[in-house]
Design a protein around this ligand. Sequence first.
Ligand code: SF4
Length: 716
Amino acid sequence: MDQPELDDITAPAGGTLAAAGGGTLSHCPYCAFQCGMTISGPAGAPSIAGDPAFPVNLGVLCVKGYTAGKTIGHPERLTSPLVRNARGALEPCAWDEALGLVSSRLREVQRRHGKSAVGVFGSGALTNEKAYLLGKFARVALGTANIDYNGRFCMSSAAAASLRAFGLDRGLPFPLEDIARTDVILLAGANPAETFPPMMRVIDAHRARGGRLILIDPRRSPTADAATLHLRLTPGTDAALANGILHVLVRDGLIDRDYVASRTEGFAEVRALVATYWPERVERITGVTEAQLVEAARLVGRAGTAMVLTGRGPEQQAQGVKNVLAYVDIALALGLPGRPFSGYGCLTGQGNGQGGREHGQKADQLPGYRRIDDPAARRHIAEVWGVPEAELPGPGRSAYELLATMGDPEGVKALLVMGSNILVSAPDALRIERQLRRLDFLAVADFFLSETASQADVVLPSAQWAEEEGTTTNLEGRVIRRRRAFPPPPGVRTDLEILCALAERLGAGSAFAFSGAREVFGELRRASAGGPADYAGISYEKIDAAQGVFWPCPTVEHPGTPRLFLERFATPSGRARFHPVKHSPPAEVPDPEYPLYLTTGRVLAHYQSGTQTRRVSELTRLAPEATAHMNPATARRNGLAEGDALVLATRRGRAWFTARLDPGLRADTVFVPFHWGGEHAVNRLTNPSLDPVSRMPEFKVCAVRVERADGNGATS
Ligand code: SF4
């Protein structure tokens, strides 16, 4: 296989502001691929086409991207603020009244219970500008410590692991195209064929060069069709599997000793630990046969170049950080990170999952990926914001902890939600529903009346992606521009306008006197300067000229950094760190009462909580209902056939689904997509047990029972 030099694929140039055939160049509102697209036609019925010049998707979109315009002129679109009246119903009202009510109720709660009694909940879908301003709004306008976001439920384990191993977290520390140039991909717990189909273009190019894909997933997903080897592990056993692979690599002399000696630290402890993960033991724990384990180790260990990539499978567990560290250990032992066409990467899920975790909407962070408990970081940000450092709050509660204590004596009493549907996306959703009812006040900014918005005291209708300017940062760390194709409909405001107007009413208007996204981005650049995620040298013009700019980019002359760690890692010693990781079982394992594993994920047609995609008829035709997927043998044992109604029950609740038979799924596992709400929300069932470091809930594994259901949902 040829070994091209890095210079062969330098970052592409030639971005344009307008598509060749007219229309506005922008990016998809959904996943972290942020595919380039052209928006044209009238606002009521825009047409979407892929942008062939954008290097990530080269004109290819998935069905979600092609139909993204359907939400713009959708009849269910909110076009007026809503306020709950004395009869308990939501009714339209004027913006002045709605904003006045939100600001006065938030202040009232703060007067009675303290500043941090108001919580703010953001989203990995917000642009960098919105995420930045939301963090500033919480800390400066409200003075609360309690801000977090749904990205905590997405990439936080991989982010924490990368910080520990490499000293820096950027989902992919190399451009996506490098994946096509590697010899072997070890892909753990991701299903790009459905979650971001344009990635299969890269996988196909990889295969065309003779590359091999090893997929680790409890079910045979559509991505498995492209795999040389599929390891169908028992849910919750990633660390044991990774240790087993490393055991074989050590045993067979496949470790890169020079790299380990010169670029890493801590290998001796890991080598001693993995010596106890002999293949027979790993087979007993994981269900992956010894022969498959050895084949996987030899495939990746003998490759000239290789990549270890993780998705939500190993990450969304109560030991998600340890799982990722165990996979990173493989990459380090083979000398991959910082080498051409090799390395470790996390396949970020949410549209701006990367940028959303860099600019201050996380409970423990300030802009530029700074820690909120770092005195130097606090001084810098306080200066940019023009406030005394002592007034900046400290760390607040993580997402689930914030939501699970709403209304409790120690919890928040009022909540402002921006772009998140927590009643569908948070684990143990019935508890979240109960806690939500205990709030004194709930305000939600969204463009549809989501499950969460429908419970609010005030709903603020916000603009959609094609109606506002802003930047996002895709899974490669490439900062790109979303451009406004249409003005928002009458009665609708952008999230930035909403935050600035609320800040004005809260008495902090002078710190929020922004004319638009470009000005917010200017302040974000100054705030991020010198931080790990340094955007100081990135401007809208520079993004336009080069199809995006990879951070860090500390000066206007700097070209950006497509590839990280080529010379050194971002740790104090410059070396990457190994971490010994012992396998321990998931927080909940099957027992006689709940005899199966439950795992969750996504399907091609829907995105996250489904607030948008469940309103697009082309997508609901493809995936009209909430389904529970199980092996035909499992279905037979439970008296079920394809299409039957069923109930899933866990220690936290019950939910109703339609049976889908899937011979590729392990017989001890039920897989359920998480895009539906109400009684079809799989998150009524999921385990909120948290990773001790990342505070990631255990979405990917818990114990479940299957029951038949009659037409009314009663179990037999
Ligand atoms: Fe691309 Fe993701 Fe949008 Fe599909 S959903 S078009 S993969 S950005």
